[in-house]
Design a protein around this ligand. Structure first.
Ligand SMILES: Nc1ncnc2c1ncn2[C@@H]1O[C@H](COP(=O)(O)OP(=O)(O)O)[C@@H](O)[C@H]1O
Ligand SMILES: [Mg+2]
Length: 389
């Protein structure tokens, strides 16, 4: 089974460097590897010192690269999906042109980056796909979009039959979905089905890992904490954090001594937050690490020490447990306090809001007649009791 590693983190922390070094190491281990950039400000071409086309480009033995232009993808490779989306909006009665339709859903065009990644994954051509993402906020918008769109589609558009099959009792959460008969589906249903498959792929812990890149300094640590919490809110498996640009301990210089002290404190804080997540320390290199040579150095001198491609099952995810009163929904949400959390429910959903992000968690069909009877926050877990009427 292939692997997908998604690198994200604050701007400038070293995402592209880390993703590229992983890709290089992977290729050197003899695994067919693709590095994909979904950041509109692509710079794989700078790192690999070559021109990377809008289609897959070979870099070196076992290593290919792709800088995704989502508009190009939408127009050239997924025009049927684009049309389906247009039809869907049309069936809603809104008199809009295609571009307006797309801009109704921020994140829509980037969706095509994810669809491309899924298509490449399913082709089976690559053993490892390394994804170099845009900074935190944009990546979160990207990763939560398939779920959000399928949620809207299920609510407001005619995807009825497929939705019922796919989202049958507890199935989305607990069991693998059943394959509906593809030929019998409309375009819109096919798009919906693809979105469900995409979520399954991105949330399958044995395939997809999210890796956070950080640096030991205040703003970055704060953003990394939030990022981790949101990734958990949306059910992604964060199974590695890279602390990049660690100063060597043996410089004896007053200026650097102070920085080393600061770095030690934040490294310790990161260790306390990510108790269960593997942390990898990456030294601050004394020369620019761009270029294939630099990337090879990180791969061979640093990353090769660890089993960085192994699946690490860290994320506990969202779970439902039967309890005396009904069901207990359990969700791990690290580094927040109760005050930052807002929650309510409708007949079909539980809505959890933290800061600027919210998630609609559809109640499994079997629990639609259940409602929230208690909620508490214990040991970084949100525990919601759902009881029948
Ligand atoms: N460990 C490191 N030591 C020295 N320079 C680094 C290190 N990590 C990243 N850099 C440099 O920092 C800059 C930003 O890194 P980059 O990987 O492009 O970050 P991001 O993709 O997160 O914006 C680049 O010039 C890169 O060469
Ligand atoms: Mg980058």
């Amino acid at each position: 089974m292939g692997r997908i590693l998604i690198f994200t983190g604050k701007g400038g922390v070293g995402k592209t460097s880390m993703a590229s070094a992983h890709a290089m190491l992977s290729a050197e281990q003899g695994k067919k590897t693709l590095i994909v950039s979904t950041d509109m400000a692509h710079n794989l071409c700078d790192i690999f010192e070559t021109t990377i086309e809008k289609t897959i480009t070979n870099i070196t033995t076992n290593l290919d690269a792709l800088e995704i232009d989502s508009n190009y993808m939408m127009d050239n490779e997924f025009s049927d999906m684009k049309r389906a989306f247009g039809n869907m909006i049309q069936s809603s009665g809104l008199p809009l042109g295609t571009l307006e339709q797309l801009s109704l859903f921020p994140g829509m065009d980037e969706l095509f980056s994810l669809l491309k990644i899924m298509e490449v994954y399913e082709s089976g051509e690559y053993e490892r796909i390394i994804v170099d993402c845009a900074p935190t906020g944009e990546t979160l918008t990207l990763l939560k979009f398939p779920e959000l769109l399928s949620w809207y589609m299920e609510k407001f558009f005619p995807v009825g039959k497929v939705a019922l099959r796919v989202l049958s009792p507890l199935s989305k959460v607990m069991f693998k979905i059943q394959l509906p008969d593809k030929a019998a589906m409309t375009d819109i249903e096919k798009l919906f089905f693809k979105l469900i498959k995409l979520q399954e792929l991105l949330k399958d812990k044995s395939i997809t890992s999210v890796r956070l890149v950080a640096m030991p300094e205040k703003m970055v640590v704060e953003e990394t904490k939030r990022n981790y919490m949101y990734m958990n809110l949306y059910d992604f498996n964060v199974d590695g954090v890279y602390i990049n640009r660690i100063l060597p301990k043996d410089i004896d210089n007053e200026f650097f001594n102070e920085w080393i002290e600061i770095q030690n404190n934040y490294t310790q804080e990161l260790n306390e937050i990510f108790v269960e997540v593997p942390l990898y320390s990456i030294p601050w290199f004394d020369s620019e690490i761009s270029g294939i040579k630099g990337i090879r150095t990180i791969a061979s001198e640093v990353l090769s020490e660890w089993e960085v491609f192994e699946v690490k099952d860290i994320h506990k995810g969202l779970s439902y447990e039967p309890v005396e009163e009904g069901y207990l929904l359990k969700l791990f949400l690290p580094s927040i306090d109760k005050e930052g959390l807002d929650m309510h429910e409708s007949t079909s959903d539980i809505i959890i809001k933290v800061g600027n992000f919210k998630r609609n968690i559809p109640k499994p069909n079997a629990l639609r007649n259940h409602s929230i009877s208690a909620a508490k926050f214990v040991d970084q877990h949100l525990l919601i009791t759902l009881s029948g009427q």
